[in-house]
Write a protein that binds this ligand. Sequence first.
Ligand SMILES: Nc1ncnc2c1ncn2[C@@H]1O[C@H](COP(=O)(O)OP(=O)(O)OP(=O)(O)O)[C@@H](O)[C@H]1O
Ligand SMILES: [Mg+2]
Length: 509
Amino acid sequence: MTNAGPAVAVHNPLFRIDNLSKRFPGVVALDQVSLDVNAGEVLGLVGENGAGKSTLIKSITGFHSPDGGALYFDGKRLEHITPHYSMSIGIACIYQELNLAPFLSVAENIFLGREQIKIKGLGWLDRGYQREETQKILDMLGMKIDPETTVGSMGVGHQQMVEIARAIRANAKMIIMDEPTASLSAHESEKLLQIIRYLKSENVSVIYISHHLEEVLAICDRITVLRDGKSVGTVNAKEVTVDDLVKMMVGRDITHKYPKVKATLGEEMLRVEHLERRGVLHDISFSVRAGEILGFAGLVGSGRTETARAITGADPIDGGKIFVQGKLARIKKPRDSIEAGIAFLTEDRKGQGLILLKDIEFNSTMVNLKSYMGRALLNLNRCRQDAEEKVEELRIRCPGIDMPAGNLSGGNQQKVVIAKWLLSNSNIFIFDEPTRGIDVGAKVEVYNLMNELVKNGAAVIMISSEMDECMGMSDRIIVFHEGRITAEFTAEEATQEKIMYAASGITTG
Ligand SMILES: Nc1ncnc2c1ncn2[C@@H]1O[C@H](COP(=O)(O)OP(=O)(O)OP(=O)(O)O)[C@@H](O)[C@H]1O
Ligand SMILES: [Mg+2]
C-alpha cells in the first residue's frame, strides 16, 4: 500500500489513482490501474473499445464502486464516493452518453441541483439571475445558444456544449470528458479544443478520452494507455506519434488503415430521382450499383442523414421516386424499406439502434426474426449461432451473447448494431458514420466487412464526416451542401480540397 505522505512531496498531483480495480460478472474491467493528473494538465486516456476507459471515470465519479485501490484528490484520500460527492469537491464529468434533462432549458440544466434561491427558506428560483449567469458563461465560451432553449430540441453538439458550460459553472477543478467530440462537427470540435486550452490556462485539469488520436496528441500533455483493463503506460504527447499510440493500444502495428478492395460492379441496386423534402432536401438524384461503395460527404446537417431517412421511410417525402433493383419502390415506413432489402445503420445507436436492456443475441437477430421462424417456432439454435458468429467476427468484447447490450462499452454497442444489420436479408446498406466511437483496430474490421458485403454483390452507401475514411473506402463520392448535391467524384478524382469546396457550397465546373 502506498501512503499519502506529507503534502510537501516534490511531485504533488491534483489527482491520483493507485491500483484501481473493478470487476463485473465475467469481466475484469480494471486491473490495478494507476495514473495521476497535475493541476492545469490535460491527461489523455486512450484504449480499444472495452479497454475500461468509461469504467475508470465512472469509478472516479462514484457511479461504480471499485473493488480495490485508492483515489486522492487535492491532497485528500477519497472514500465512499457518490456522484453528488465527487461533484461537490470539484470533479465534473461529461459522460459518453449525455446526461441532460431534455425538457428543461439550457439555464435550468446548468443550475440543476444548484438552483439559485432568492429568499432563503422560501424556495423561489431566481430565474432572471440564472438566465444572466448562463448567458455570461455561454458568451465567455463563445457559444451562440439562447439560455431559454429547451435542451431536447438542440443538436447533440450544442448539448455537449451545455454540459461543458455546466461543468464550468460548477467551478470544477477537474473536468473529465468521455469522447466529447464523437458527435461534434469539425467546427464544434475545434471550438471544444479552444475551450480546453482556456480551462488549462485557468489551472483546471482535464481528463480527455477519445478515439481521435490526432486530436489527443494535439490537446494533451501526457497520455495514459489502457489495454484489457490494465495500464500499458503513460507517455508525453510531444514524444510519441499516432502509430506509437496505436501500437500501445492494440499491441501491434496497423499497416492498412483503409484496406479498400475494388469489387466488380454489377446491376444498379438503388436509384433515387428528384427526391424532395420541403425545406430539407432539394432535387436529390443518384444511384448506386452492386459492388460499389458510394460515399456521402458533407458537413453535419448538409442533408446526408436526411436523405438516408427519406429513402428508408423514417421521414415523409414531398416528391421524387426511389427504385430498388430497377423497380419503383413504395416506401412509407421503415418496415417497407427493410422488406425492400435496405439496411440503415443509424448514427444514433442509443436512440435508434439498440434495445439496451435486451441481450446481444436478441439485438443482433431482431430485424431478421422472420427468417428464423420454422413452421411454428423460432429456430433458437440458429439465432444463437448467428449471434455468436458475429460477436466473433466483429470482435465484440463481452462475456457472452446473453449480456444486456446496455452493459457493453460504447464502441461495442455500435458493433452490435452493425451485427444486427449484417444478419438482416439486405443487399443495400446505408452506414451512417459507421466508425464513430470505434477504436482504430475495430475500424479496420468494419471496413473489411464493407469489402465483404460489396464483394458478395451488395451496394453500400457510407455517410462519413471523416474525409480520409470517405476517400479511403469509397468508389465514388457525392457531396452535399444545404440539402442539395453539389458535386460528384470518382475515387481517383477526389481530393480533400475539391470535397471541401463542394461541401461549403462553392461549385466548380
Ligand atoms: N455495468 C456493467 N456491467 C457489466 N459489464 C460492464 C458494465 N459496464 C462495463 N462493462 C464491461 O467492462 C469493460 C470495459 O468497458 P468500458 O465501458 O469501460 O470500455 P471503454 O474503454 O469505455 O470502451 P469504448 O471505447 O467502447 O467506450 C467491457 O468489457 C464492458 O462490457
Ligand atoms: Mg467508453
